[in-house]
Design a protein around this ligand. Structure first.
Ligand code: ADP
Ligand code: ADP
Length: 232
């Protein structure tokens, strides 16, 4: 069964903008899926609705595997997901470890266990040794790594990423693409990656969902036969 089912979903904002129009989509467990399209085509709006951040105007988004998590409108509605925004949005007064520990603390995980799990996650994203660094001491790429670690620390089934690397320079972006792919290969969460970069979508994903410039429709759903792992 699919992890997420999107049925006839449309979204019209209060100002009249039709951002997403009649989208049908099934997100399969374990896939790396890109949502590709030019700026303003509704990718972000769709991703946020999948996360439960904003309800569709019409249509339904359901999580067939999860009881009681269907069609939630507020917050994540108990859905088993992590979300990475374009801006890493770290707490400036807390070091990298404390930033990654936050979701564990909110869940009431005991401090020692939370620390160990956060440290392990930081190591997985390539930041071993930077646990005590504050966001201002980290580069843009490193802050994004912390943000990914924080999104994954609860080990969600699905990681939703909204143009996570768009603000980074090309070289850093390339490194992060490689490392994200490796992480996904190792950890096997379902990944949904919003991008306007054809290169990124082809490089990263097994499946590319193409959205049109306007207004918010899915124009193609492509399967990319990639040979994972890339290098052995
Ligand atoms: P993308 O992520 O593909 O760049 P968005 O989903 O951010 O596209 O936006 C789709 C359309 O909806 C755009 O025309 C955008 O201006 C509009 N839009 C996004 N958020 C809002 C909002 N809160 N209120 C009104 N219009 C919005
Ligand atoms: P990436 O984002 O892929 O880690 P960056 O270009 O941001 O690449 O950084 C390259 C490397 O330089 C980092 O992995 C890190 O080892 C080091 N580095 C960058 N910024 C700092 C910093 N503020 N303090 C210590 N080391 C840093």
């Amino acid at each position: 069964i699919p992890l997420v089912t999107v049925r006839h979903v449309s979204k019209r904002f209060a100002n009249g903008t039709l951002a997403v129009r009649d989208v049908d989509l099934e997100l399969g467990a374990g896939q790396f899926i890109s949502l590709l399209g030019p700026s303003g085509c509704g990718k972000s709006t769709l991703l946020r609705m999948i996360a439960g951040l904003g309800a569709p105007t019409s249509g339904t988004i359901s999580w067939p595997g999860e009881q009681g998590a269907d069609q939630g409108t507020a917050g994540h509605g108990g859905r088993d997901l992590g979300f990475v925004f374009q801006d890493p949005t770290l707490m400036p007064w807390a070091n990298a470890l404390a930033n990654v520990m936050l979701p564990l603390k909110l869940k009431g995980v005991p401090r020692a266990e939370a620390e160990a799990r956060a440290a392990e996650m930081l190591a997985l994203v390539g930041l071993k040794g930077f646990e005590k660094s504050y966001p201002r001491e980290l580069s843009g790429g490193m802050k994004m790594r912390v943000s990914i670690a924080r999104a994954l620390v609860m080990r969600p089934k699905i990681l939703l990423m909204d143009e996570p690397f768009a603000a980074l320079d090309e070289i850093t972006r390339h490194r992060l693409n490689d490392d994200l792919l490796e992480l996904w290969w190792r950890e096997r969460f379902t990944a949904v990656f919003v991008t306007h970069s054809v290169f990124e979508s082809v490089y990263l994903s097994q499946r590319i969902v193409v959205m049109a410039a306007r207004p918010g429709r899915v124009m193609a759903d492509l399967s990319v036969e990639a040979d994972y792992p890339r290098d052995e």
